[in-house]
Design a protein around this ligand. Structure first.
Ligand SMILES: [Fe+2]
Ligand SMILES: [Fe+2]
Length: 418
């Protein structure tokens, strides 16, 4: 007798059935990522915002792992046969009334049922022939379980207000009804059309063009928050650490801007585009967290200095192509040279902590510049415009926006030293 586990003895999913379910899972993960990207600027609560930026990246990895496994399983094109009922559900989840509703509907609703679906899938597939799927699903389950545990705690915190709680509950009940009307996520056939109708408080999602911050922040336009490169170069070591890490702490605007590109990009962009941007989004949120931590170590809290979100509000007014070019090929590429001397300065000053942080930031920014050139060039394929023509158009936007609204002027650090 061969010594095998109970699951090796079952006749599990065949390859076609397996592919069908994995395509569904990949589609739910991808749509979750897009919903989180849409919401990132709208979320005011700082801790929630940082966590959501991380989850955007986690979801992007889940999609990638599922797509890789689908590729091994003769799985075809992952995006072609998303279940209509599931699409309808995900098109509704984005319309949450507020952040608490988003957590209630997406995390405590959809993602909880997705987690159950993954566990069900593992139980129903053969663990010898389909072991690679099981391995992938275990990796995803581990992170989805973390998301759920986080969501349960943050939901309590965000629903202390009576009205918010009532709206969040009403919304979650609606989403739960849609989910239940589809059947379990690991059923081979879902019911095609979700039944319940939306609550009375229903408002379709619309991005507000603003990047929201909670009460701890003192939000002002970029020109009042940042210094010129020349001013920063003249600072003492102590002053320059504070200035630099204050800039890092404001970098959430860049995460939000990249998230807006994920949301606004055509769905048929290559998957690798979304994957790269999800990484960049999380990186920028980590740069903000890094700034926050280094300042805290020096006794400076988030409320002790002004923050700016106007770089988000400037960028989001441009088309996605110009927005992404403005951030990566123009701003990030043109500021990469300040990294080496900054690191050198901290190392020479014996400040290994600050050096550690800026060293990693430098690597991340090199990747962002690479993503920028890669995808801007891709988006310009077959286009009459050259990269220089596109940059000229971005400059037109920059000038026009600063004329329309002085708060949307370029930040002072753009005035580079001669
Ligand atoms: Fe950054
Ligand atoms: Fe960056």
């Amino acid at each position: 007798m061969v010594d095998v586990s109970a699951n090796a003895k079952v006749v599990g999913y065949n390859v076609t059935e397996n592919g069908r379910l994995l395509r569904r899972f990949a589609s739910v993960e991808r749509r979750s990522m897009r919903i989180l990207a849409a919401w990132l600027p709208e979320i005011a609560h700082w801790e929630t915002k940082k966590a959501v930026a991380r989850h955007i990246w986690d979801e992007a990895e889940h999609v990638t792992w599922l797509r890789q496994r689908l590729g091994e399983l003769r799985g075809g094109r992952p995006d072609t046969d998303a279940d209509p009922g599931m699409v309808q559900l995900m098109n509704e989840v984005i319309n949450a009334p507020h952040t608490a509703g988003l957590i209630g509907g997406l995390y405590l609703g959809v993602k909880r049922h997705l987690l159950d679906g993954y566990k069900g899938h593992i139980n129903k597939t053969n663990d010898i022939v389909d072991a690679p799927t099981i391995k992938v699903l275990h990796r995803i389950i581990h992170e989805e379980q973390q998301h759920l545990t986080w969501a349960e705690a943050i939901y309590e915190e965000l629903t202390r207000d009576e009205t918010v709680r009532r709206q969040a509950e009403e919304w979650s009940t609606y989403i739960d009804g849609l989910i239940r009307s589809l059947g379990p996520f690991d059923a081979l056939m879902l019911i095609a059309e979700p039944a319940p109708s939306p609550p009375r408080s229903y408002t379709p999602f619309r991005r507000s063009m603003k990047a929201h911050r909670d009460d701890r922040f003192d939000v002002r336009p970029a020109r009042e928050v940042y210094k010129t490169q020349k001013q920063m170069n003249a600072e003492t070591h102590e002053e320059s650490i504070i200035s630099n890490f204050q800039i890092y702490a404001t970098e959430m605007w860049a995460a939000e801007l990249v998230a807006s590109c994920i949301y606004d990009a055509p769905y048929d962009m290559p998957w690798e585009f979304f994957y790269d941007l999800a990484h960049q989004c999380w990186d920028e949120a980590r740069h903000a967290a890094m700034g926050e931590l280094r300042l805290a170590e020096m006794g400076v809290s988030l409320s002790d200095f002004p923050t700016a979100v106007s770089e988000y509000e400037r960028g989001v007014r441009m088309p996605m192509l110009h927005r992404f070019c403005d951030l990566t090929v123009m701003a990030e590429a043109e500021h990469i040279h300040v990294r080496r001397p900054r690191l050198q300065k901290y190392l020479e000053g014996g400040d290994l902590r600050s050096a550690e942080f800026v060293d990693y930031d430098w690597s991340d920014e090199v990747n962002h510049v690479r993503y920028g050139f890669r995808w801007v060039k891709y988006m310009l394929e077959g286009d009459a415009r050259s990269l220089d023509d596109l940059k000229a158009e971005v400059w037109e936007w920059r000038r026009r926006l600063s004329q329309e609204n002085p708060d949307l002027r370029l930040p002072p650090y753009f005035e580079m030293e001669e």
